[in-house]
Each structure stands twice: as C-alpha cells, then as structure tokens.
Design a protein around this ligand. Structure first.
Ligand SMILES: C[S@@+](CC[C@H](N)C(=O)[O-])C[C@H]1O[C@@H](n2cnc3c(N)ncnc32)[C@H](O)[C@@H]1O
Length: 345
C-alpha cells in the first residue's frame, strides 16, 4: 500500500488526477495540497506504482514521490532520524552512496524561514546522523513538501520520481542572448524524450511557426541548418546566426511551393491542435526515414483532453513512437514527439 504525492501544471490538476486514478488500479484520491500537488493512495507498493506510471508514459503527471512521513514540526526530527537510519542501512548494503534533498514550500509567506533555511537544517541534521547530502546525480532523493506547517516526505530514486527536478520543475539558466521562453520548451523536450540528435540521418531541420526564433536558435546551436517558416519576422539576432533561412509564409504555402527533405521537423505554430497535427502529418512526406518530429499541441480550455486525443490520433497515422508530455515549460499545451519509420515512407 503506497501513498503518493503527484504533481502537474496548475491548470491540468484534474487531468493528472484522472491519469493517476486510471493508471493505478483501485487507487484513491485523497486531497490536494494545492492545485497541481495531490495525494493518492494505491494498494500497490510505491516501487510497483512508480514502474506502472513510468511504463504508461503519463502525459500530465510531472513528478511523483512516495509519501512515507506526514508530520507537524514537532515530529520532523523523528522523521529525519528514520530516513537517516534507512540511508545507513542502504549504504551498508551498497544500494546507496549519495542522496540529495528536494524541498518545496507551497506558501512561503506562512513561514519565518526559507526553503534554503529548512533544507540547510535537514542537511545538517542528516549529516550528523549519517552522511552529507550531495546535489549532483544522487542515488536517492529525499523529497519533501511543506504545506500548512506539515512536512510530507519520502525517499526514492530520481528515476522513480519521473523527473530528477523537485516537483518536475526543470529550470534552465536565463541567458542574455535568449530570444524567447519557448527555447526552454524545446530544450526540455529534447531532454525528456531523450532524442539523440546525432542519431538522425542528417542535420536539416524545418521549424514551422518559428518566429521570433527561439527554437530556430536552439536547433542552429545544435548544428542544424534550419529553414524557419513563419509569416512573422524572426529576431535579427537569429538571422545573424549561420545556417538559417527564413521562409516568410504560412506552413501550408511552404508545403505547396517548395521541395526538399528534412531530418527534424519542429512545429510550435499557434493554431488549433488538430489543424496543426494535420499540417505536421502532411509534412511527414518531407521527413527522411529515421527523422524525428517535435511539436506542441495548443489545448483549448474546454475539453482539452478530447482535443489532444484527436490530434494524437492524426499524428499516429504518419509517425511511430508517438509520445506526449506536458512539460514544465508548457502552459496550455502538450509537447509531442514521434519518428518517421521505413513503413511510413
Ligand atoms: C508560439 S509562437 C512560436 C515561438 C517559436 N517556437 C520560438 O521559439 O520563438 C507561434 C508562431 O506560430 C506562427 N504561426 C501561426 N500559424 C502559422 C502558419 N499557418 N504557418 C506558419 N506559422 C504560423 C505565428 O506567426 C507565431 O509566430
């Protein structure tokens, strides 16, 4: 029997809840700590539940961890002691060499201490009892959420948690040469779907809905020559990069009036999800075999899952290995990945 904390985008809380309930047989929803941070219970062990959640490629659930300790401040030290004892035991069995602490405070205005203060306190307490936490590549993570003066905690491996970032909140450093926030979306998609760009047949990318040029810039920085299609202007800084051609027209017109094959098809066009999926599907004939497709599906406020399912059905007819995920950097959208296999030629 496991209690599980699961996390999603605030606006997708109901979609994530349904997803967890559907994925874990006989599970029950307990409560929301806040929109997008919920607690569910399952008759399965956490290990089995985490495996199932991972295998099903959940779309709206961003991060999970086992809820093993739920305590008010008077009991925090005992809980830390119990976690320390488990870490010591796991170290003796050489199951763990390193661990880190991931803490989230849901409403920081309630407390006189910060996330940093509390992490520091936990870290020092653990170090006295067992060994010091590390930040990089930990074998185990102590995940904790502070909500209404209660600490919700559990110990698991980063792989079980779906994301190695606290709450699945993947952060990238903002850089002065950043063109748009959308850059993070593409970086996160490449990481999430594990796309090895060097495995693609070539280095020609087509970027539909490219303006102002964030995705184009990321692709150029990864060694692609990019054809950026958008009636809107690209940022001058992007045009100055090498290996970029701007086709200032709609994607439909580009398809009808040009020739040429590409190895990566990117689409971040702002349009109805099914219409965008149809356009992506019609471009599959211009993708080399073994080429990959990454696109966003903009979801409506009403019946977003129906719109997504309809668009995914369209994409499945032209691409294999379709996977969808609502990334931390997606707002009312999901990001989809697929490949063109030889049978789709
Ligand atoms: C969210 S923005 C893309 C941001 C871009 N990925 C970036 O990283 O900077 C959406 C773009 O889709 C473009 N768009 C909408 N309909 C289009 C169409 N039919 N063909 C090409 N571009 C389109 C819009 O002009 C807009 O620039």
């Amino acid at each position: 029997m496991a209690s599980i904390i699961f996390t999603s985008q605030e606006d997708s809380w109901d979609l994530a809840q349904n997803e967890i309930m559907k994925t874990l047989p006989d599970s029950q929803f307990r409560k929301w700590l806040t929109r997008g941070v919920g607690i569910a219970s399952s008759p399965l062990s956490f290990d089995d539940a985490a495996l199932l959640i991972k295998e099903r490629n959940v779309i709206f659930t961003r991060h999970i961890f086992p809820l093993e300790y739920e305590c008010s401040s008077s009991a925090w030290s005992n809980a830390i002691g119990s976690i320390a004892a488990r870490l010591e035991e796991a170290r003796a069995k050489t199951q763990v060499q390193t661990y880190s602490i991931q803490l989230r405070i849901l409403d920081p205005s309630l407390y006189s201490y910060s996330k940093h203060d509390l992490t520091q306190w936990m870290s020092e307490d653990l170090q006295k009892r067992v060994f010091a936490p590390e930040l990089e590549n930990p074998d185990f993570v102590i995940s904790a959420v502070l909500s209404d003066f209660n600490l919700y905690m559990g110990l698991s491996s980063p792989a079980q948690n779906l994301s190695s970032w606290a709450g699945g909140m993947r952060r990238y450093e903002r850089r002065p040469d950043q063109i748009s926030r959308a850059e993070f979306k593409l970086l996160e998609a490449l990481e999430t779907f594990g796309l090895d760009l060097s495995s693609l047949p070539g280095n020609k990318a087509l970027d539909l809905g490219a303006a102002p040029g964030g995705w184009t810039k990321v692709l150029s920085s990864k060694g692609f020559s990019v054809t950026a299609v958008d009636p809107a202007a690209l940022s001058p800084a992007v045009l100055e990069l090498g290996n970029i051609v701007h086709a200032p027209m709609a994607a439909q017109r580009f398809l009808a009036t040009t020739k040429g094959e590409f190895d990566l098809l990117a689409n971040d066009m702002r349009m109805d999800a099914s219409d965008s999926a149809k356009i992506t599907a019609s471009f599959s004939e211009r993708l080399s075999v073994g080429g990959a497709m990454i696109m966003t599906l903009k979801l409506p406020q009403r019946k977003p899952k129906d719109a997504m399912d309809k668009a995914l059905a369209i994409l499945r007819r032209s691409f294999s290995g379709i996977r969808a995920k609502q990334l931390f950097h997606n707002r009312s959208e999901v990001t989809v990945f697929g490949v063109k296999s030889a049978s789709q030629k």
